[in-house]
Write a protein that binds this ligand. Sequence first.
Ligand code: EPU
Length: 419
Amino acid sequence: MNKLIIKGGVPLSGEVRVSGSKNAVLPILAGTLLADSPVIVRNVPDVHDVSTTMELQVRMGLSLTFGENMSIVIDPATLENTFAPYELVKTMRASILVLGPLLARFGRAEVSLPGGCAIGARPVNIHLGGLEAMGADILVENGYIKARCDRLKGARIVMDQVTVTGTENLMMAASLADGTTVLENAAREPEVVDLADFINAMGGQIEDAGTDTVKIHGVEKLRGCDYTVLPDRIETGTYLVAAAITGGKVLIKHTDPRLLDSVLAKLEEAGATIDSGDNWIELDMVGRKPHSVNIRTAPYPGFPTDMQAQFCALNAIAEGTGSVTETVFENRFMHIQEFMRLGANVHIEGNTAIITGVDGLNGAPVMATDLRASASLILAGLVANGETVVDRIYHIDRGYDHIEEKLASLGAKIQRVPN
Ligand code: EPU
């Protein structure tokens, strides 16, 4: 297991290129199962969750080859089985995304039930209820979801709660169903829109993705296509906070500022100067310290829960007191205990962290507990005095493409070392 050693205090400066979106590529890779001919997926981030998905697909018998410039060619025609085992699903909950496509295309699937995870219970009742409404028979037995169907049938499904992967799973299932499915209270995240665009590129007929009512007209078959994944808005936001927290100036390239309205608004409120073009964002905080901001997470277009921990780090060294309220997951404050080890002044009231900025954090050994918590500890380390050692960084490797190399290219003193 590796660690990251960070020597804080360097204002970041320079340019960084953002990778493809982890949370867009995972459903798109699962969605390749819907096609009957090879699919090329481009702008694939080099992150561990992608490797896990590829391993799952190889075990199902799919043929995968790497192309140039972060592309993968997937041939779904060679599929041999429709089984997603516990040992893979337990390491990556997004494996549940194969359930909808497998059922829609092959009429059967056996997928391990994902357990709870560090940030919350994260049940999949809405995924299963939606598939049942489309005519699937589902049995949950011995820790596995065992599902069968004849051709799925279009249905009107009102989802109790806004769920990103739930919307994606049902959208994929509905795309090969007989008739039209209407998903009400659908997630509006850009990653949902990217998946819909991908399915439409394969010949699907999805309308109004990105609104809370998505219509999917089922088609008989979907064919391979050549698709480029959208940029990672959370990776973008993480580097923007890295620039802001260190009093630096950074140009983020190959991104899309339109995906980050709520995050950019909070960074401007914190005192950053932001300039942007079609596919770049520049943040300038040179010679200034951020002001605290109040954050309340919410489904898109609200403030993303996946940026909450990074803004807690920002508030920890900002001028004033800010409150951060987490409304999406019930247990997503594990970074707070670690921040306190660095000298942060925080107290938690229910689902709100009240953070009063301190003059300086002091380096310490800290432990990563989940992906975004890990990112926030690295950010805190970049500004802390002395050395911060972040342990259990396998969490960060799940979703950030070569983070220490990208930060080092901006001048950060950060090094990966074996334990
Ligand atoms: N929920 C249910 N029942 C369901 C599904 C969800 O009660 O059947 C609840 C969850 O427990 C949670 C809320 O609904 O309280 C929202 O969860 P959602 O289903 O939207 O989360 P997800 O689809 O499992 C995706 C991202 C997460 C991101 C959330 C929220 C992927 C692969 N994962 O998870 O990303 O935090 O949406 O935006 O897209 C991350 O990248 O670090 C990460 C955790």
